[in-house]
Design a protein around this ligand. Sequence first.
Ligand code: MG
Length: 388
Amino acid sequence: MHKKNIAVIGSTGSIGTQTLDIVRENPERFGVSVLAAGSKVDKLIEQAKAHRPHLAVIADETKYTILRSALEPLGIETAAGSRALADAMDRDDFSTVVTATVGYSGLEPTIRAIRAGKDIALANKETLVVAGELITRMLSTSTASVLPVDSEHSAIYQCLVGEDPATIDRLIITASGGPFRTRSPKELQNVTAADALQHPNWNMGNKITIDSATMMNKAFEIIEARWLFNIPGSRIEAVVHPQSIVHSMVQFCDGAVKAQLGIPDMHLPIRYALGDASRIDSPERRLSLSDYASLTFEKPDVEKFPCLTLAYKALAEGGTTACAINAANEVAVAAFLGGKIRFLDIYNVITSTLEATDFIKQPTYEDLVAVNSVARAKASEKIESILK
Ligand code: MG
């Protein structure tokens, strides 16, 4: 068997650690050449000792000395900073990059990896939210391919195997509804970050868990699906499915609907992406439908979760709208997690940031960088005005 060497960006997060579980289970299939983390240096060192990559990178430069003194005696190269991370994408000792970071910071290394012809196992959805059009254009002239790791997009990908894309009628993306699905609008006024972090089904990092509570995560997934599958937003819908067993569905022109089901566990989509859309044996618990009294589906409540509507606004406007939404959301979510603003302020910060940020119809990468930075500043100003 040809062994595939990978780079994992964001190795200490939820998707990163689960990726390394799969590498550990399949030592004959996968090897790790590069591990990169944001700031959790102790965990990165532990992972590097176990997986013996050629290079370990820490984005937080203040942690570099700790990393170097721990790993250099083992013959593992070390580096620090976002430039070093992007440069690592040019190395020739791996063919696939798992982009498991959260947020805008995933964009630059992903672009560098595509330029270097690497295949992408894409878990960083913000990359396609911010720069979907640019990335799609780059991929059309590159040998690099993208396989989705997001469970919904993996499900759609699996439903499309053997199908003619021209026969797709609509994509139906399932949403758990998050921890506040059954709360009244009045109760939502006073929910805290601790309340929001109690996700019913999925065990994820803090940022995506808040995005799940506002349903911004689903808005991002609609945008992500538009670019991954080249389907207009008008033919992508979200349906709330609280049990998170049906991971998403595709409806075809003859009315048939295909779904992919499984227990809510990210190992499956990660394994499928790492295996180039092939099936690899899994030790995990199997889905037993008889364990579920019912699987239910309902329309999302966009009055309660208006962030969901931002997906359609972003796709209708195109250009830099989604980039500005993402930037404002990252700043607002951090402020909510820090106890500075209330849950319902997140949407307000995003919409007022959109109004205050200039729109560019056909942005270059440099334009996206600029809009991201302006939108962050505007979002911070809005948050300051809420605090007064
Ligand atoms: Mg998802």
